[in-house]
Design a protein around this ligand. Structure first.
Ligand code: FAD
Length: 495
């Protein structure tokens, strides 16, 4: 990299990643930078990516979006979590909610009190004390910051939306804020002979787009960081063996429920994302264990409503780039790596990478320290999410197909084994401080997948038996009292 100041930013790719980058840079650095986005209508976008996690609300706040207008424009719905069906064993079901079940008391997480009660024969599962579960079961939704005047937090939520409407929405937002959109297919990339930095891209018709810094948002093609700069790819498919998907929209659900569903299948899993006007569905699977034809059949048989098109195939390799930023180019979105969509984390990774890149954005092209820090933090984030995903596959009693036998018996990173062992011993969660997933997320997934702690935190013995019973009863009553007056999800959307 040279000492030349960075004045022109070129974003290549206009999928969700490209337009989130454009919108965020326009909002936060629009006066300091000139921004041009190049996209190709002929190539198009991956066309999926419709479920999110609550962090997206931070992005919307930074962009200054009006929620009502945003949900309307994207045919969006609200999401309280993901329902996992048949994962730990066939017939099992649990909701990974965005909330903390129950209420922590005297610094002890609620699940430890529940665990003590369960050891003493208590009849209800942890989710009996989850505000989110109760709202999901009754298909209710509303704005609830806090439960009564207690310390119990209210309904944390995210959105489901139509991916192409979302890109349209951000495109309009970015153009209004000065981003130039150029249509065309990139056919050549020019580099500085000395530094190796990218200096310009040339489009099929000969037009040249020059820039000082480039963001590669070209999806799985990774045209700049991968192909041109030769940054390699770490393949994680031995831990996350799904490598294919087929996606199909179907008619809207009779009741538009406020959660995503992920149903385990013989060689992968199927998603169901309820939108206002249709349902998004897809089968994510490993082509080593099932043929594409069979996978398509499984998808169609698993639909709750009539399909609207033929299934569309997508191939991928789970993993990440060896580096996320090289020379004067960072890759964001699918170009930077892919963690399969089980926990809806890809759009979050885009948002998190953009905000990190803005925090570390170089004033000139001599940015070795910023680049190293960016690469270190992005790599750690990818690995933490990877571990959480592996847990869903590995922590199972299923041995009813070759795929599940493989997942159950595969070697996993020590970081995953350690977490499973600690939770299995005393219900404690050994997560990193900056892990995207909270203690409650790890607890719900480990319990939901079938790990029941052998003991509980002795601090939960602070309550007498009578106090414990009263505490659990009060928590449940508070949840019912807070949720019952809420509108249904459909009524809330209609408002
Ligand atoms: P793309 O959408 O592929 O966009 C690439 C862009 O680059 C396009 O505009 C294309 O035209 C352009 N381009 C490529 N080559 C050239 C060229 N030569 N010249 C000019 N332009 C070019 N994420 C979630 O958060 N939640 C989910 O529920 C979810 N589900 C998913 C399900 C599946 C099966 C898959 C595969 C992904 C899912 N994702 C999900 C991930 C999500 O879809 C992506 O993170 C998101 O859509 C961003 O994609 P992208 O913009 O990086 O790439």
């Amino acid at each position: 990299m040279s000492d030349k100041s960075v004045q022109k930013l070129v974003i290549v790719g206009g999928g969700t990643a490209g337009w989130i980058c454009a919108a965020a840079f326009a909002r936060l650095m629009g006066k300091a930078l000139s921004i041009e986005l190049v996209e190709s209508d002929a190539i198009g976008t991956v066309g999926v990516g419709e479920a999110t996690i609550p962090q997206i609300i931070r992005l919307n706040t930074i962009l200054g979006l009006d929620e009502r207008e945003f949900v309307k424009a994207t045919n969006g719905t609200f999401k309280l979590g993901i329902e996992f069906v048949d994962w730990g064993k066939v017939g099992s079901k649990y909701l990974h909610t965005f909330g903390d079940p129950g209420l922590s008391l005297a610094g002890v997480p609620f699940h430890q009190y529940w665990s003590r009660a369960a050891a003493e024969g208590h009849e209800h599962d942890l989710w009996h004390y989850s505000l989110h579960q109760y709202a999901a079961d009754t298909a209710k939704f509303g704005k609830l910051d806090r439960v009564g005047d207690t310390a119990m937090t209210g309904l944390a939520y995210a959105y489901h939306f139509d991916a192409s409407l979302y890109a349209d929405y951000l495109r309009a937002y970015s153009k209004q804020r000065g981003v130039t959109r150029t249509e065309g297919i990139v056919s050549e990339v020019a580099r500085d002979a000395e530094s190796g930095d990218i200096t310009s891209i040339t489009l099929g018709d000969g037009r040249k787009v020059a820039g000082d810094f480039f963001i590669d948002c070209t999806g799985f093609r990774a045209l700049l960081l991968g192909k041109e700069l030769g940054v390699g790819y770490k393949d994680w498919s031995h831990w996350l063996p799904c490598n294919s998907a087929q996606a199909v929209p179907s008619e809207r659900l009779k009741t538009v429920v406020p959660y995503t569903r992920a149903t385990a299948k013989s060689a992968g899993w199927q998603w169901r994302i309820p939108l206002q006007h249709r349902t998004g569905n897809g089968h994510v699977y490993s082509s080593n264990f099932i043929s594409d034809d069979e996978a398509g059949q499984v998808l169609l048989e698993g639909l709750d409503t009539k399909p609207l098109t033929e299934p569309r195939p997508i191939r991928f390799t789970t993993g990440r780039r060896e580096a996320f930023w090289s020379h004067n180019c960072a890759a964001i979105g699918l170009a930077s790596g892919f963690l399969e969509p089980l926990e809806s984390t890809s759009i979050h990774l885009i948002q998190s990478h953009v905000s990190r890149l803005i925090q570390l954005f170089p004033g000139n092209n001599n940015a070795r320290a910023e680049r190293n820090e960016y690469n270190r933090r992005c790599a750690a984030e990818f690995e933490q999410i990877r571990d959480f995903l592996i847990l869903h596959y590995h922590c199972t009693t299923r041995e009813d197909s070759e795929f599940w036998c493989y997942c159950k018996n595969m070697n996993v990173p020590d970081s995953v084994t350690n977490k499973m062992e600690l939770f299995g011993s005393s219900g404690r969660v050994g997560r990193d401080a900056d892990d995207l997933f909270r203690v409650a997320s790890w607890v719900q997934v480990m319990l939901g997948q079938g790990i029941m702690p052998q003991s509980y935190d002795p601090m939960a013995n602070q309550l007498s038996d009578a106090e414990l019973a009263e505490f659990l009863g009060n928590v449940r009553r508070l949840i019912e009292r807070a949720t019952d007056p809420l509108p249904t999800h459909e009524q809330f959307l209609a408002q």
